[in-house]
Unconditional design. Sequence first.
Length: 73
Amino acid sequence: MKKIFAIVKASAKENKVEQIDAAHFKVTVKAPPAEGRANEAVIEVLADYLGIPKRSLRLVSGHKSKHKIFGIE
């Protein structure tokens, strides 16, 4: 499983992904960080950016942190 690392900002004005290097990203999402909505939005935005299906991206660590680790299957 390949891992990617993301720094997430929730409740932003727009959904956006900035790639820092091959495995590190800055992601902003409009969704609020309540009830896992921001995590779901990050998965959608990252999957779209990477051109992979959402089901291939899994949140491994950082469920309640702005520093998140995702696994790509």
